[in-house]
Design a protein around this ligand. Sequence first.
Ligand SMILES: Nc1ncnc2c1ncn2[C@@H]1O[C@H](COP(=O)(O)OP(=O)(O)OP(=O)(O)O)[C@@H](O)[C@H]1O
Length: 119
Amino acid sequence: MKTLLKSFYFAVQGIAAAFQSERNFRIHVTAAIIVIAAGLFFNISLIEWIVILLLIGGMLALELVNTAIERIADAVSKEFHPLLKTAKDAAAGAVLVYAAVSVVIGFIIFAPKIIEVFS
Ligand SMILES: Nc1ncnc2c1ncn2[C@@H]1O[C@H](COP(=O)(O)OP(=O)(O)OP(=O)(O)O)[C@@H](O)[C@H]1O
């Protein structure tokens, strides 16, 4: 039980450290808060909430993994290495793919509701 609590504590420490050091992580948290506020404002359906929460959780989790890969790469070497470049670029690419898909899905969910409000 003590080990489980410790693991949880270290995981929370990891999230807090990423929040403090990673500008992109803070941007994603801010975007998540805005999307949740929009969801409440437009009274989105249960299935839409599930999709939105999966996207938000996935995005934040992926950003944390990206941070982990960046830190490991920096620990391996600060010198230029083509494999470190590939690793960092691939991790950044994963975040970009997920962010782009999230924006498209967000548009599909919210665009009709925004149009309805302004028409
Ligand atoms: N040691 C290295 N060897 C080769 N290329 C590197 C190395 N470190 C960084 N790069 C290249 O520079 C890019 C930016 O690296 P950096 O570590 O600044 O990541 P970042 O995404 O800007 O990090 P952060 O989100 O913390 O600002 C990487 O995507 C990679 O292409």
